[in-house]
Design a protein around this ligand. Structure first.
Ligand code: AMP
Ligand code: MG
Length: 489
């Protein structure tokens, strides 16, 4: 048997989901299996890559004891509430408990229409499947909480978007797929019983320390606020732009989910937007903390009616939401200190970082490369010229580097050790948009997976110098630059 399912979400009852079978595809072909993840999950990678295994990953064969479902949820999409969402093209095969005791969802994305598909075809194009595969695994290797990618399968069938495109199915692994939008689904229907059951499930599953708390629902809100604040701080520290931070794309577990039109910033720009559908720049790079807080306010609205202390509920919810700023600021400042190699926390650390960012913005400096080269400069000023060369006006670095070095000199510690510590937080390799596009293009247009394979391998070790892959560190040349990303749904 391949999966030992234990489907706690199914047991919550019919109000939470629709039972639905994946729709078989014409000619499934395994493009990628994440063997290391399979082992981590206690699954047999050889069984998964066997013909029967590939049929499972394509939705053509149901594993024994599977109880496949599509989950119901709602969501605010670009600020507008949509009560009728749900898994339109994703099917939860089931939950398994890994050898290390973690409970995870195994979900097929692109496996055919569900009762929530509305006018959609329930399918995914191969390009976005590979994109999610690459970026989710890169995020994991970067140390950011995220859903994972277990497999990518080509369906052998076309999907029709603006043109006919090859179809794909992604096998996604997540702590759970429960979103803020899942809470909104029950709250908007006034289903208090469902809402409470959902909250109890989430507390037990994701916040076990809160079981038995005096007010578990208030504590749950506080817990989600804290995890999301820390998550967004991590995003900012690596230049990640999610692109569609709708409330249905924000988990309550604190994992990043739904890699659609996401992107990594190259030249530092707080207003950076890549998503073709984000015309108002709602989900711009530097807007992500306030948007997360806005989304969490929507979660608070759902949870307040459950709070044990009714009289103090609104006050406590507002206090919980207010902690977003402090959790975020603390995590973000800690992240920036580590990026800059500062061991001690001092009052003016924020302004030191801000000064650098202003110079970077004015000089279109590559965010990732700047911090990676700064690691070398922490060890020896011989490397300063390499950093300065990233600025349109190299002299813009001079005033900063003097201040920064004086600050480092005022702290105890060994330069080489500091540089090493900086290399553990400032990645050499991120999924640069043009690299992701090139990998997709080769796979989709030329059936050549070697570009994808090499990219995935490089991104698995983002903090290591990989001299043989030094070109992966480089920003796009002007003619390679990707300025827009698409969700491809
Ligand atoms: P997303 O942009 O992937 O977060 O999807 C937003 C909503 O649209 C979710 O409810 C999806 O299930 C649904 N959806 C997106 N693409 C499709 C599709 N091709 N078929 C059916 N539903 C879809
Ligand atoms: Mg979504």
């Amino acid at each position: 048997m391949m999966f030992r399912f234990d489907n706690s979400y199914v047991r919550l009852g019919d109000a939470f989901h629709s039972r639905v079978l994946p729709t078989p595809v014409a000619a499934p072909r395994l493009l990628k299996l994440n063997r290391a993840l399979a082992v981590e999950l206690g699954l047999d990678p050889d069984a998964l890559s066997s013909p029967e295994g590939v049929e499972v990953l394509a939705g053509n064969r149901l594993p024994a004891q599977a109880e496949p479902i599509a989950a119901a949820y709602s969501g605010h999409q670009f600020g507008h509430f949509n009560p009728h969402m749900g898994d339109g093209r994703a099917i939860l095969l089931g939950e398994i408990v890994t050898p290390s005791g973690a409970r995870v969802d195994i979900q097929l994305k692109g496996s055919g229409p569900t009762p929530y598909a509305r006018r959609g075809d329930g399918r995914a194009a191969l390009g976005p499947v590979l994109r999610e595969y690459i970026v989710a695994e890169a995020m994991y290797a970067l140390g950011v909480p995220t859903t994972r990618s277990l497999a990518a399968v080509a369906t052998g069938e076309p999907v029709y978007r603006e043109t006919a495109l090859p179809g794909g199915v992604l096998t996604r692994v997540a702590a759970s797929h429960i979103r803020i939008g899942t809470f909104q689904y029950f709250a908007s229907r006034g289903d208090m019983e469902g809402l409470r059951a959902l909250a109890d499930h989430v507390v037990a599953r994701h916040y076990p320390d809160l079981v038995g708390a005096a007010d578990p629902y208030a504590a749950l809100l506080e817990g989600v606020v804290e995890r999301q604040a820390k998550l967004i701080a991590q995003w900012l520290c690596i230049g990640f732009i999610h692109g569609v931070m709708n409330t249905d794309n924000m988990t309550v577990s604190g994992e990043t989910i739904d890699y659609g039109p996401c992107a990594f910033m190259e030249a530092y720009d707080p207003g950076a937007v890549f998503s073709s559908i984000d015309r108002q720049a709602r989900y711009a790079y530097a807007n992500q903390p306030s948007i997360a807080q806005w989304n969490l306010a929507r979660l608070a609205e759902c949870l307040v009616p459950l709070f044990v202390d009714e009289a103090g509920s609104v006050e406590r919810a507002n206090a919980a939401l207010a902690t977003f700023r402090t959790h975020f600021q603390d995590a973000y400042l800690d992240g920036l200190r580590a990026k800059l190699g500062l061991r001690e926390a001092r009052d003016d650390d924020g302004s030191l970082a801000l000064d650098l960012f202003e110079r970077m913005a004015a000089n279109k400096v590559d965010f990732t490369l700047l911090f990676r080269r700064l690691c070398d400069a922490a060890q020896t000023s011989d490397a300063d010229a390499q950093v300065a060369a990233l600025f349109e006006d190299p002299s813009a670095f001079a005033a900063f580097v003097e201040k920064w070095r004086a600050r480092l000199a005022s702290e105890a510690g060994d330069d080489a050790e500091r540089a090493q510590a900086m290399r553990r937080v400032n990645p050499a390799f991120i999924p640069r948009n043009h690299r992701v596009e090139a990998a997709i293009e080769a796979a989709v247009m030329r059936d050549d997976l070697s570009v994808f394979e090499e990219l995935v391998a490089v991104l698995a070790h983002p903090y290591d110098d990989q001299p043989e892959h030094a070109d992966y560190m480089l920003p796009a040349r002007p003619e390679e630059r990707v300025t827009q990303t698409f969700c491809g749904t």
